[in-house]
Design a protein around this ligand. Structure first.
Ligand code: ADP
Ligand code: MG
Length: 404
């Protein structure tokens, strides 16, 4: 079965349409540092506005503790949305309370409102079905139909993603449709060579995808925080770099399996090691098998791939027809350790084929480093969701929309 589309909802004129977006943007001192997810939500919202719907946008932001927390207010996001849509956007200061009810009932056809952070209510992420369903029931009062478009959360069984879609007539929005199109191209007969580049900090999260990808890809490039677990698995000392000791056996298993299958796992040959985890830390480039021999000894921390590695990764990427990249190659937030990420991003823009960036921080990294979105085949709004899709997992937020 395929996803239910917007058309399946019939005429939306005058209807209250709840749109579950993923507007979980990075904020620094209340200012949005990357509005990519707001922009990615625009096609669906504009379509609904043109159809004369009364649009009620909802989303989570960050990880508040199930209670209101001004630090995680969606107010700055509503403001940005209004600028991008070039029309007023009303804002409700609660999610399912008086403000939300009043704001929604004041909407005219073609108007838009944003309600406050869904995760200000414990019911949104509750493990207990009944608690979640009760919250979804309250949300359902605000709309006649649901358009689910928060691709970044479709792997989560949460009230607005899953339970609400069971209560109201529901369909997938245009962002989810686009994301799935691209992911299908990565899983069904990808053009070869097919290279996957993994980095970032959530090592154990990302190791899971490797076993599923090994039978499917030609090359796997490993950078970011997880590279140290790979180097350690090969017997190298990694000083004070990020290391998941409990994953060493798993990683050794992947290395053996890759050798069996003829898949190339490309590991760094050089690494940028810093004296401490700081933007202005002293640093030097050393061979990947000599990390503890840097001047910082056992306290050195690997914060980026080295220049030789960056060049080798760039070559491997440029000579591929299909590339999926998730996770920065280093701590790109510090300019001194952004070179590896920049080299990979640059190479991805030069792929003669499909080059996909997945992951919140990876997307933020390429924009922060000055690359325009349209230079990439696709920038996915969902890291975890893309990875789980590529792992072949069933995603509850898609299944509930008819996807199988
Ligand atoms: P994404 O959101 O794209 O899936 P992650 O959340 O997994 O990516 O990882 C992003 C983070 O990984 C960045 O904040 C970056 O600073 C961090 N990172 C990359 N390389 C290293 C490293 N060598 N040591 C520590 N953190 C790293
Ligand atoms: Mg991240």
């Amino acid at each position: 079965m395929t996803l239910r589309t917007l058309e399946s909802l019939g005429s939306l004129e005058g209807k209250r349409v709840i749109v579950r977006c993923d507007l979980n943007v990075p904020l620094k001192d209340g200012v949005i540092t990357d509005d990519g997810r707001v922009r990615a939500s625009l096609p669906t919202l504009k379509t609904l506005i043109e159809a004369g719907a009364r649009v009620v946008v909802c989303s989570h932001l960050g990880r508040p503790d199930g209670a209101p927390d001004p630090k995680y207010s969606l107010a700055p996001v509503a403001k940005r949305l209004s600028e991008l849509l070039e029309q007023p956007v009303a804002f409700a200061s609660d999610t399912v309370g008086e403000s939300a009810r009043e704001t929604v009932s004041a909407l005219e056809n073609g108007e838009v409102a944003v309600i406050e952070n869904l995760r200000f209510n414990a019911g949104e992420t509750a493990k207990d079905d009944a608690t979640r369903q009760a919250f979804a029931g309250e949300l359902a009062q605000l709309g006649d139909v649901l358009v689910s478009d928060g691709f970044g959360v479709v792997h989560r069984k949460q009230a607005s993603v899953y339970d609400l879609a069971e209560i109201l007539p529901s369909a997938a929005g245009l962002l989810i449709a686009t994301e799935l199109d691209v992911l299908d191209r990565l899983t069904e007969n990808p053009e070869r060579p097919y290279t996957v580049v993994l980095g970032g900090s959530k090592v154990s999260d990302k190791l899971g995808v490797i076993s599923h990808l090994l039978p499917r890809v030609d090359r796997l490039l490993v950078g970011g925080g997880m590279l140290f677990t790979f180097l350690a698995a090969q017997g190298h000392a990694v000083a004070s770099s990020l290391l998941e000791k409990d994953q060493l056996d798993t990683v050794r298993g992947y290395l053996a399996e890759a050798a069996d299958r003829g898949v190339e796992i490309v590991l760094p040959t050089d690494v940028v090691v810093a004296a401490s985890f700081a933007a202005d830390a002293d640093h030097e480039t050393v061979a990947a098998d000599a990390i503890e021999e840097s001047s910082f000894g056992a306290s050195g921390i690997g914060l980026d791939i080295g220049p030789d590695t960056a060049a080798a990764f760039a070559d491997a990427i440029r000579s591929s027809k299909t590339v999926f990249w998730n996770g920065p190659m280093g701590v790109f937030e510090f300019p001194a350790f952004a070179a590896g990420t920049k080299a990979v991003a640059q190479a991805l823009t030069e792929v003669d084929g499909l080059g996909v960036v997945g992951g919140g921080d990876s997307a933020a990294a390429v924009r922060q480093l000055g690359f325009d979105d349209d230079r990439f085949g696709h920038i996915s709004t969902g890291g975890g969701a893309s990875l789980e899709f590529l792992e072949g997992k069933k995603l509850p937020g898609l299944e509930v929309l008819g996807w199988a």
